[in-house]
Each structure stands twice: as C-alpha cells, then as structure tokens.
Design a protein around this ligand. Sequence first.
Ligand code: DAH
Length: 341
Amino acid sequence: MLEKINNLLLEVEQLTVNTKDQVEEYRIKWLSKKGQITTLFDDFKGLAPELKRDVGQKLNELKNKAQEKINLLKEKFESSSDENSSNDLDLTLPGDANVNVGSRHPLSIIQNQIIDIFARIGFTVSEGREIEDDWHNFTALNTPENHPARDMQDTFYVSLNPEMVLRTQTSSVQVHIMEHQKPPIRTISPGRVYRNEAISARAHCQFHQVEGLYIDAKVSFADLKQTLLYFAQEMFGKETKIRLRPSYFPFTEPSAEMDINCTLCKGKGCNVCKYTGWVEILGCGMVDPQVLDNCKIDSHKFKGFAFGMGIERIAMLKYQVKDLRLFFENDVRFLKQFTSS
Ligand code: DAH
C-alpha cells in the first residue's frame, strides 16, 4: 500500500495539464467517491494497527497534496480564462446582427418627403382634427347642406351627433387656420381622411391627404402653377412635366386638376396612365372669395391659392404599387421593402 501511495505522490507532483477539463478529470480520478485516493482510505481501515501510523501520515500527505494541486491548477485556468476574455473583448465589434429593425411606413416616407419639399419654400405644417364639425368640413368651404357637391364625398356621420363628421378632406384644416391666423399664411396640412366608399384596389374608407394653402395680398394663378411645378419636379424628378385641366371644387374659383406626365411609360402609354401619357395627382385652385369671407379674411385685400393631394396616390406612383389596400394591411413582407433616405 505504501508503494501505491508513493507512486501516486509522484504522479501528483509531476502532474501537468493543458485544459481546465483535464484538471477535473484528475480530481475525479483521485478524489471523487470512487477515486484512487478515496479508495486507499477504505483499504486503510483494514490495515494492521502497527502499520496505521506511518501509512496514515503518508496517506494524509497524499490527499492534501492532491487537493492542493487540483486547487492550484483550477485557479490557474480560471484566472487565465478571465484574462483571455478581457483581452479578447473588442468593444468596437458590431453587436448581434440578428436584431429585427422596423422600417418607416411607405406613407410616412412620402408624407415626410412632401413636408420637406414644401418646407424648403417656406410652408409650415399645420394639423387639424379627424372628427370635424359640419361647418369646417363643408359649410365654410362653400358646401352648405343640400348642396349637390356634398355628393362628391360620401360622408361618415357621427351617429350621436349628426353635426359631426369624420373629415372627408384635409381642406377642413384651411378653415381653422384662416379663422385663427392673419395673412400671410403659407402652410400645408397632412392627415388622415375618411369616406364611406367600398374598399377596392383603387379606393378605401380611410386614406391620407396633404392640403396646401397660401394667402397674401398678391397671389396669382401663376404662383400656384409654379409652386406645383416645383413640387412635381422635386417629387418625381427634374424632367417631370405638369398639365392643368379646368375642374370644379366648391371652395376654389377657378379650379383645376393637375396631371404629371406618366413616369412609368414616359408618355408612351401604359395601363397606369390609361394610355394617355398623363396621370392626375391633385386638385387646386384660387381660394373662392366667399371662403375667405366665411373665415373672416377680407377678400378685397387678400387672395389665395389652395391645393390638395392624396398621399396614397403619390406613393402608388412613386413605388409602382398597384393595390391601395396593401398600405393598410401591415404585411411586413410588403412594408420592409421601403427605406427612407
Ligand atoms: N379637398 C379636395 C378633395 O378631397 C382636394 C382639393 C381640391 C383641395 C382643390 C384643395 C383644392 O385645396 O383647392 O378632393
């Protein structure tokens, strides 16, 4: 038995290992319940009493040395692995790349672009309310009750109070602004509007518009035309042409609809422009003097122009989206294709 102990002592003293796992292997080999040293303690019980003193001493020495060696090696690996990890830590490395980052909604991207374009020529942004009274949505805009022009827009009325509607157009914001601000006024009003329409690829019961309003002592139709040309070229490219067609809106006189040349087929004819080479993008006109007076702005001193466009329409043309419903379904496969610059 002494020989076994001496051999093990030698093994303990000479032990070198390369990994932390090997240290654990030796701990198990020597000191675990069935380890070689533990087993020697069991054998020790059966020794003749006269041998017990010497062997016992040696055995204890072996156990202590083995334990010390294991502890020492363990510590060595633990501290060196700490050192390694702090040396290897590169704080400049990019983080885990598997984080899903959201993107802006295409309608927000287009709306922000429109705001930027008009901000560059001095237009501020004003916001109105989505639940509007009849006066601001219709009557002040020259559309009193029973006026046939109300049929142009199918309206959602608030059932508890039929005086209130979900606004059908952002033109209602014009009225608030003119009631509360003095000219010169130069502002655009983006926002959501509602109409009681059957949902299809080309129509929805909710959509977004941007209204524009400019009021000052001298404002002409030429100013309107130049402002809209600037907008069209900033939005769709420097080569873009515009065309104004006479139209009717109750709150502008004269009124017009504006087309741009079809950017998809470059005028050759396609189904987006219905083979005309032109696509309509907005309505506009000179603010009717009666509307100015309704809003307590002296129509003898001031003139103004106004315009209104659908954000979905602009987004569909810019991104070649064929179905309006996609903007409201929130399918990430659709949404993640759009990036803001
Ligand atoms: N509010 C009109 C609509 O929803 C759009 C519009 C046309 C606004 C002409 C205007 C305008 O300010 O002058 O169809």
